[in-house]
Design a protein around this ligand. Structure first.
Ligand SMILES: Nc1ncnc2c1ncn2[C@@H]1O[C@H](COP(=O)(O)OP(=O)(O)O)[C@@H](O)[C@H]1O
Ligand SMILES: [Mg+2]
Length: 227
């Protein structure tokens, strides 16, 4: 007897999750992004490289729904990233170049609030925050107020906060810029782990060693895709 005779449906075709940018232009006084079309697939780490001022942060901001493109669309499997308010979809997590940490809160609280904001109970969020800090080798800094930390330590707290939520889309803006080689390797390994669980992972960088460690590579220059 065939599967059909037993009333089975054929296996569903797996949806290939991707974050797709179509003809994105962004004008703020001058043109910062010019007709950018790229696809960031799930399960891969994509490097977004380019010199300072080439538009990496602007592109990530549009990709994650923080900024509205002047024209073109950014969408996750057809769902528009721009929600009308600058609030990203819950599927999106950022590691921001400026960290975006709350200076007077502890490292653990800074990570925990990312989960609490998504509805996780405080005790569970704190536990997950501890584990996320440990992923970046800073479990011992959990109680420390962020404003007392070094730049590299803050950057690792910002990584923990971005990674803790297990988002479908993880957008990391120069997440290793303040780190030594060993910690850069840790962050790269963790980015790979996020892709391995099926996330779309994009890392903006101008570090060739980071580009080398990624699966895919998009390069920007003066707001245009050059590879
Ligand atoms: N809101 C804005 N208004 C005007 N210019 C901006 C704005 N944001 C960024 N820029 C400029 O756009 C260019 C691209 O910036 P950015 O995306 O931050 O580049 P990158 O991250 O590659 O260094 C830079 O020249 C920057 O000064
Ligand atoms: Mg930038």
């Amino acid at each position: 007897m065939s599967d059909l005779d037993q009333g089975f449906s054929p296996a569903p075709v797996a949806t290939r999750t991707e974050l797709r940018l179509d003809s994105i232009t962004y004008v703020a006084g001058r043109t910062l992004l010019d007709d950018v079309s790229v696809v960031f697939p799930a399960g891969k780490v994509t490097a977004l490289s380019g010199p300072s001022g080439s538009g990496k942060t602007t592109l990530l901001s549009i990709a994650g729904g923080l900024l509205q493109p002047t024209s073109g669309t950014a969408a996750l499997d057809g769902q528009e990233m721009w929600t009308g308010s600058g609030d990203p979809l819950p599927e999106v997590a950022f590691v921001l170049q400026v960290y975006g940490l709350v200076p007077i809160l502890s490292a653990r609280e800074n990570v925990s609030i990312a989960l609490r904001a998504r509805g996780t109970a405080p005790a569970d969020a704190d536990e997950a925050a501890e584990a996320a800090l440990a992923r970046f080798g800073i479990a011992d800094l959990g109680e420390r107020q962020v404003e007392e930390l070094s730049g590299g330590q803050m950057q690792r707290v910002a990584c923990a906060r971005g990674f803790v939520v297990g988002a479908q889309v993880l957008l990391a803006d120069e997440p290793t810029s303040e780190l030594d080689e060993g910690n850069r390797g840790v962050v790269l390994q963790e980015l790979r782990e996020e892709a391995a669980r099926g996330a779309v992972v994009v890392v903006a960088t101008h570090d060739p060693a980071v580009v080398e460690a990624c699966d895919l590579h998009i390069a920007l220059d003066e707001g245009r895709v050059v590879r």
